[in-house]
Design a protein. Structure first.
Length: 254
């Protein structure tokens, strides 16, 4: 009789663990770009999250839980939502950083009206930004980043166990601020050469306009900035790819 009760309690523990694993995996899959964002149907994403949750039950130890109140279970669900959104957001920043770099390049070269459709996110973006976003997704598969990201996601269950209520928010906020700081810092550094070229062109045409005011320097500088910015982007593309190759994905975001 006691063994039968233990088996029932263990089955209830598996159900609790499964729902907590499933919620975190579902949010991970929603945030990570190479899972297709909005391209993949929701039923497939739910199925993938369920498969990873079952694997998590096999990989990690499931402790026997005698009793779990509804309030505590709700708090644990909220904690899983927070951790899933937090880690998914940090990983998504790595891919968004290259799109943001392309947006900066397009804005400084005067091509902020040339928008294209990104199928993964179902929204419009600038031309170079969309190209860099597609390149980084392609590189993530070519360089095996998807395996490293999946390993990091599994490690998150060790760093933040599902039934651990002691979640330190101070370290998480510092990590978030550091990640956002690196996001803007690296994006501007990658776009800085093209920004410098466009500033030099503006200065030259500004001097030309002072020498000969009848010349419309603004309209003359636009096609040159477009051309120089595009040439500079293709020259820097190899550097951007090399930067992506040399910097490994990690939970502390570059």
């Amino acid at each position: 009789m006691d063994n039968f009760i233990d088996i029932i309690a263990l089955n209830k523990s598996y159900i609790y663990y499964f729902f907590l694993y499933f919620l975190r995996w579902l949010i991970f899959i929603y945030y990570i770009p190479f899972f297709g964002y909005l391209v993949i149907p929701p039923i497939i994403k739910i199925s993938i999250a369920a498969i990873f949750s079952i694997i998590s039950l096999i990989v990690f130890t499931v402790e026997n839980i005698d009793y779990l109140s509804l309030g505590l279970f709700f708090i644990l669900l909220l904690k899983e939502i927070f951790i899933g959104c937090f880690i998914g957001f940090l990983i998504n920043l790595i891919f968004t950083m290259y799109e943001y770099t392309g947006q900066i390049i397009d804005i400084v070269r005067g091509a902020n009206n040339s928008q294209v459709f990104i199928p993964q996110t179902k929204h419009q973006s600038l031309a170079i930004a969309s190209m860099l976003f597609q390149i980084i997704i392609l590189l993530s598969f070519s360089l095996g980043w998807h395996r490293e990201i999946m390993a990091l996601l599994y490690d998150s269950f060790i760093i933040f166990p599902v039934f651990d209520n002691n979640l330190s928010l101070n370290n998480l906020w510092l990590l978030l601020l550091k990640s956002l700081s690196n996001f803007f810092n690296i994006s501007f550094k990658l776009a800085m050469p093209i920004i410098g070229f466009c500033i030099i062109i503006d200065l030259l045409f500004g001097l030309l306009n002072r020498i000969s005011p009848q010349i419309n320097a603004y309209f003359l500088s636009l096609p040159l900035k477009m051309f120089i910015g595009l040439i500079g982007f293709f020259c820097l593309t190899f550097f951007l790819i090399d930067y992506a190759i040399k910097n490994k994905i990690n939970i502390y975001f570059l």
